[in-house]
Design a binder for this molecule. Structure first.
Ligand SMILES: NC(=O)c1ccc[n+]([C@@H]2O[C@H](COP(=O)([O-])OP(=O)(O)OC[C@H]3O[C@@H](n4cnc5c(N)ncnc54)[C@H](OP(=O)(O)O)[C@@H]3O)[C@@H](O)[C@H]2O)c1
Length: 278
């Protein structure tokens, strides 16, 4: 795209799957891309594959608040402005796992890292002419909910429950973020649909192989799933918040996008971060 100026793009969870595909597409357009992932070997493999000086890999475990803060500090040192933040990092945890911050792992990785990256990098995003955040999760789905009496799922953990809760939390994150009138960042909640990626991250070999088999017949190719993301980076939508489920706009009056719930989750998250920083 010779007529488009090169962009600065940050991708959390970009060493495999959809994040990796977006990284390679944007590098091909001349962008400066920073990819964050926890696996050094996967990061190295991507660097070797891309062989592009415009690609940086930051190894970090984004389920840790300190690691997310370290990544934010590094990015803030490297860049004066960020055009796009694309959020993909996620991993299923079959067992209840507590992070070093005393948080449930899925909540910490799939939701809280996205909250922190979006909010803390906002000044750099606001410094770009046309900034966008793309949060790739499951908007449009009404399965699952926030367990307000036990958001860390200490009493009722299940891997599906944890994934669905964090998915709904990401829906609310988009609503709350876009409600901040003083930011020019456009927030996109994107549900890619069943895509031929992500199975490798499942720790159970039986489930991994089953997902791979199902994906071969029923899932979308990664290139199809990421096409809109690649385009939004060049041309963000007009509105502060967009929610797209497999190519279709989501009804904004859905209960899962309730502004009161979004404000409640934002307040819970702020309190939680305050208590962790003491
Ligand atoms: N695939 C689907 O059918 C589908 C459908 C709907 C929604 N989604 C959502 O789309 C997003 C991307 O999915 P995908 O299929 O592309 O998954 P994927 O290939 O498994 O990618 C997940 C990424 O997260 C990174 N990651 C995992 N744990 C991490 C940690 N502790 N710290 C930092 N990075 C970590 C992984 O990198 P490392 O291994 O290097 O850590 C990887 O790059 C996910 O949020 C998923 O829930 C997927």
């Amino acid at each position: 795209m010779p007529d488009q100026p090169s962009k600065t793009v940050i991708i959390s969870g970009g060493t495999t799957g959809m994040g990796r595909a977006v990284a390679l597409e944007r590098l091909a357009r001349g962008d400066h891309v920073t990819v964050i992932g926890s696996n050094e070997a996967r990061g190295r493999a991507l660097l070797d594959h891309a062989a592009d000086p415009n690609l940086r890999f930051l190894r970090a475990d984004l389920s840790s608040i300190a690691e997310v803060e370290r990544v934010i500090a590094d990015i803030s040192e490297q860049h004066q402005a960020i055009d796009a933040l694309a959020l993909f990092a996620n991993r299923i945890s079959p067992e209840y796992k507590e992070t070093q911050d005393g948080l449930e792992f899925t909540f910490a990785l799939y939701y809280l890292s996205r909250y922190l990256l979006g909010h803390r990098l906002r000044p750099l995003l606001d410094a770009a002419p046309d900034p966008v955040i793309i949060n790739v999760a499951g908007v449009g789905s009404t399965a699952g909910k926030i367990f307000w009496d036990d958001p860390q799922l200490a009493r009722r953990y299940g891997q599906v429950r944890a994934q669905l809760q964090a998915g709904r939390a990401n829906d609310l994150l988009g609503v709350a973020f876009a409600g901040q009138a003083e930011s020019k960042v456009r927030y996109i909640l994107y549900h890619p649909g069943f895509t031929r990626s992500g199975a490798d991250g499942h720790p159970n070999p039986l489930i991994r192989n089953t997902i791979r088999l199902l994906a071969r017949f029923f899932a979308r190719p990664v290139a199809d799933a990421v096409r809109p993301i690649v385009e939004w980076i060049d041309q963000p939508p007009e509105s502060a918040l967009s929610a797209i489920d497999r190519g279709k706009p989501v009804d904004m009056s859905l209960k899962t996008l309730d502004p009161d719930d979004a404000a409640r989750l934002a307040a819970y998250t702020r309190d939680l971060l305050r208590s962790r920083s003491r």
